[in-house]
Design a protein around this ligand. Structure first.
Ligand code: UDP
Length: 366
């Protein structure tokens, strides 16, 4: 039996990633938690936390499931962030994507069940897939074109994935199946869980700049920063007509902290965590970032153009896309008392400034 009187002990699986690094930072800043355990294969993004006596970092591959056992057993809450969550991987290494988003986290769910440890599991907004509107089903259209029909709600919206040969959906499908497993454990009252569906979090330490700290294609914000910093075209995939709601990482971490602290109201719930007011098309995002980059660094540094490329050419065979995803956050507002505070231009500007600073540091040290 876990001692309920002690300060909560939190185990962050995948603590070395973008979200994990911000979450551990915040947990350590607060005096409301006991020992924090973090497990990851990489410590690149959390080296600045290594001297903190309240942080136990275990450098390990989460696939070594027996290594996770003692940390899951002793913690009051596990936050599972382990995932390959980059669209360029869904078509190129789908088996690894399914493994890291279903097979491995399934073992984590089972361990949480075995030790009666509370689980906060990171799923994805990608489980919603495409919107009904994109299937050119006129019956799905509102006559007045009301935006409400575009908003995705945790417990009522349809989850619409493309055909199997469109391997883009390997990730969403794996994530969705794991949500269903967790839900089934929850209905028999034998697992205390909360599921988070993140909507395009961005901010400092997001992804990587290709060639500097990682290889391959990162997500769109890092792709566009790479293009601006290295004077390459910002590529609009299939015209850049798809739309996303970009959420600043500090707002996202506020939501996760509210989940940790509101145990009863977040029990057995799925929460969309995103900023519905920050919607923008990828085409407009490219223009905005292009303009802001000129303002921040000066026109002399602005040597990138905006180009166009097909999804197949950029990501390979089997690429498909979500057209639009706007989170309904009413449940998070009601249950957690949380609301995102950072508007779109501030979100983009803060993220760009951090990338530019980081780029200068890395470049000067090489
Ligand atoms: N995208 C783009 N140019 C890029 C990278 C991505 O136009 O250099 C598009 C991509 O096709 C998608 C959107 O940007 O429509 C968001 O992609 P991201 O990789 O950030 O992740 P997603 O939101 O699809 O999970």
């Amino acid at each position: 039996m876990k001692n309920k009187k002690e300060l909560p002990t939190v185990c962050v699986l995948g603590c070395g990633g973008f979200v994990g690094s911000h979450l551990v930072e915040r947990l350590l800043d607060s005096g409301d938690y006991g020992q924090i355990t973090g497990i990851d294969i990489s410590d690149q993004k959390i080296r600045h936390l290594s001297g903190n006596s309240r942080f136990d970092f275990v450098k390990a591959d989460a696939h070594s499931i027996e290594l996770l056992r003692p940390s899951i057993e002793k913690s009051s809450t596990v936050i599972s962030l382990v995932a390959l969550c980059n669209p360029s991987l869904y078509t190129t290494i789908p088996l690894e994507v399914i493994d890291s988003n279903f097979t491995l986290p399934l073992e984590i769910v089972k361990l949480c069940h075995e030790y009666q440890t509370r689980l906060i599991h990171f799923s994805t907004s990608e489980v919603y897939g495409k919107t009904a509107m994109s299937l050119s089903d006129s019956s799905a259209m509102d006559e007045d074109g009301s935006i409400d029909r575009w908003v995705l709600t945790e417990d009522t919206s349809q989850l619409i994935l493309g055909p199997v040969r469109a391997q883009r959906w390997s990730y969403a499908c794996a994530k969705q199946l794991l949500e269903r497993v967790i839900y089934a454990y929850g209905t028999s009252n034998s697992l205390e869980y909360t599921i988070v569906r993140p909507f395009n979090f961005i901010g400092p330490r997001m992804d990587f700049l290709p060639g500097l700290e990682g290889e391959g294609i990162p997500r769109v914000f890092a792709c566009f920063m790479d293009a601006l910093l290295f004077e390459k075209p910002l590529q609009l995939v299939d015209g850049g007509n798809n739309r996303r709601c970009f959420t600043y990482i500090d707002d996202a971490i506020d939501a996760v902290m509210a989940i940790i602290d509101n145990r009863e109201s977040s029990r057995s719930q799925i929460f969309n965590i995103g900023n519905p007011d920050n919607e923008i098309s990828i085409r407009d995002l490219a223009s905005l970032m292009h303009q802001m980059y000129g303002e921040i660094r000066g026109k002399a540094y602005l040597r990138s153009s905006i180009g166009s490329i097909s999804g197949k050419e950029f990501y390979g065979e089997g690429y498909d896309d979500s057209d639009r995803r706007i989170p309904d956050i009413r449940k998070a507002v009601d249950c957690l008392g949380w609301k995102p505070k950072t508007g779109l231009s501030q979100t983009i500007q803060l993220s760009m400034l951090s990338f530019i600073e980081h780029f200068k540091t890395v470049k000067n040290s090489t």
